[in-house]
Design a protein around this ligand. Sequence first.
Ligand code: UD1
Length: 343
Amino acid sequence: MKEKILVTGGTGYIGSHTVVELQNAGYEVIIIDNLSNSNADVVDNIEKVSGIRPAFEKLDCLDYNGLDALFTKYPGIKAIIHFAASKAVGESVEKPLLYYRNNLVSLINILELMPKHGVEGIVFSSSCTVYGQPDILPVTEEAPIKKAESPYGNTKQINEEIIRDTVASGAPINAILLRYFNPIGAHPTALLGELPNGVPQNLIPYLTQTAIGIREKLSVFGDDYNTPDGSCIRDFINVVDLAKAHVVAIGRILEKKQKEKVEVFNIGTGRGLSVLELIHAFEKATGVKLNYQIVGRRAGDIEKVWANPDKANNELGWKAEVGIEDTLLSAWKWQQKLKEKLP
Ligand code: UD1
């Protein structure tokens, strides 16, 4: 068994896939999650997929003393992957203080406790949202950070700064910031996937819920953008590929291969796909015809963004592998599995 890794938000969408990949790579995983947007049953499914039951504690990262006690209970944690955060863009506009408290204080608590308990490294979930609408595409890690469009996006920017400032102050911490593009899909076993709360705000859960009949129609937000077909362009990254990037990042930190104490990597495919292209790819992959209509633009949307993943490909040695059709099929299988569970 390799080192002990703490995964905050480990029962969530990206967290659960990452736990499985860490276990597949031989790491011992401890999950904490406050279950605000996930379910403890996910731990059972992680065990079904990997064959190993991870340790799980229901804990909120805002609970400083609880975190302190956790590190004492599980001595020898070498690194942390910090997923736990609030992530709904719209909600963050309505409840900014909730977002600032949850997302910033959680990270501050973790960074304060790391040196005390000898934890060397942290991998942080950041987002391509820090680039806003990039001037040059595909966007590299050197692109300027643009003013955030939402409190959620701002917490990602501020948290990157908090990590940089903490490391610069001399704290014995090494960090990798992963800037995710648009994570989609589910585990190929259909045992893990995204569990949206209420009406989905993101494209894929809304799309698969429409395809299965829970929603009547998918609205495509705008076809008058400056793109070939007029709809927005994104870099859709398979969630298992994304999970594997975390495993590589952890290895890089623990094997002391970093060139700087804080490194940042774009995690995307390098390929931009429009919303309409994605819909057609879904129809092709699944054979299901989708009911959709073009409506007006959604406030705050970026016109087009896709990654230059060269740095992750070359320095991290990570590359997106799963094709878009397999990714969309996995999302569809997951949606069908969710329907089976409905009463
Ligand atoms: C958003 C956030 C991003 C966050 C991500 C995951 C912004 C600018 N970005 O990404 O920071 O990490 O969610 O929570 O807020 N669309 C439709 N119909 C729908 C839903 C979406 O046409 O019903 C379109 C959107 O207009 C957009 C694309 O699909 O062009 C992707 O939308 P979405 O899945 O919400 O992700 P982002 O907005 O790219």
